[in-house]
Design a protein around this ligand. Sequence first.
Ligand SMILES: NC(=O)c1ccc[n+]([C@@H]2O[C@H](COP(=O)([O-])OP(=O)(O)OC[C@H]3O[C@@H](n4cnc5c(N)ncnc54)[C@H](OP(=O)(O)O)[C@@H]3O)[C@@H](O)[C@H]2O)c1
Length: 295
Amino acid sequence: MATRRTFLQLAMAASLGAALPAHGQARRLDRRRIPGTDEFLSSVSLGNSNAFRRGDYDTAREILDIYLGRGGRYVDCGGEGALLVASTARSLGRADDVFLGSYFNGEQSEASEEAARQLRATVGKASLDLMHTYPEDGVPNWDTFRQWKEAGLTRYIGIARHNVRFYDMMMQLMQSGTVDFVQVNLSPLETDAEKRILPMAQDLGIAVTINRPFVNGRYFGVVKGQPLPAWAVDFDCTSWAQFSIKYVLSHPAVTSVLTETANPKHLRDNLGGGIGRLPDDKTRVRMRELIQSFV
Ligand SMILES: NC(=O)c1ccc[n+]([C@@H]2O[C@H](COP(=O)([O-])OP(=O)(O)OC[C@H]3O[C@@H](n4cnc5c(N)ncnc54)[C@H](OP(=O)(O)O)[C@@H]3O)[C@@H](O)[C@H]2O)c1
């Protein structure tokens, strides 16, 4: 059980920039297997950062350098942002380390194929890693995604959304047995996916990535001014960001959690959530109740 003293020591170490072992190198992120494969993703991933979206090359480079240096793999982004990530990773000599999850539209298949080829050439790989789409495009156009996979344009296909109102549609497609990845929202403030999408993904062996771990930033407003509970040290948690990340990662269906930031300090904080012990089921309930009591 954590004492106040051990908690303060850990919190102080974290604030000094240490989740660092004695030899001075930050620990690499824990990894999780993509179901049914021998391939692994880092537990914490990078969402579609503002730096990627607004074409801020210097910040994108700094963020990717930190992330990949800590064993990060999955980067979620679309359009011009995906090209920026691909070219930056290549310029860092780390294109092979990146697992790119990028967005395509099955309805506009010709334009999507052209964009996919451009991205593939930019990242310098034979196939893209993951081509995915929103369920409202995926449901009517899923055959197109399956054809892209069969033709070797991509290794995995999937669907991604961030709101409970899309879950029925997502589950309809998941039931086809041909979805490799599903991406959905989860945090101590948004827990519906635990009741529906996640159990089905676990049963069917579908990889799960999580978006909105911070409810697109709203979470930090909810916890603002609240002290982190002393018991957080029992699962190696030293910040509110890590508290939500570890809540998400402690669900057994989750493969990786996408965190969005354009701030290197925030990124280092978030990466700390992808290392070490995780809360058990009883603690998860306590975490959820605590966060929801702040609203
Ligand atoms: N497919 C879909 O339908 C869909 C929908 C939503 C999201 N997504 C994916 O999921 C990713 C994450 O979800 P999200 O966009 O809702 O973002 P999020 O990760 O829940 O929240 C991002 C916000 O939190 C702030 N933040 C991040 N780390 C922080 C820290 N340690 N301390 C304080 N503030 C911090 C960021 O600001 P700073 O930049 O200042 O750090 C930003 O404002 C997206 O980037 C995207 O890739 C997909």
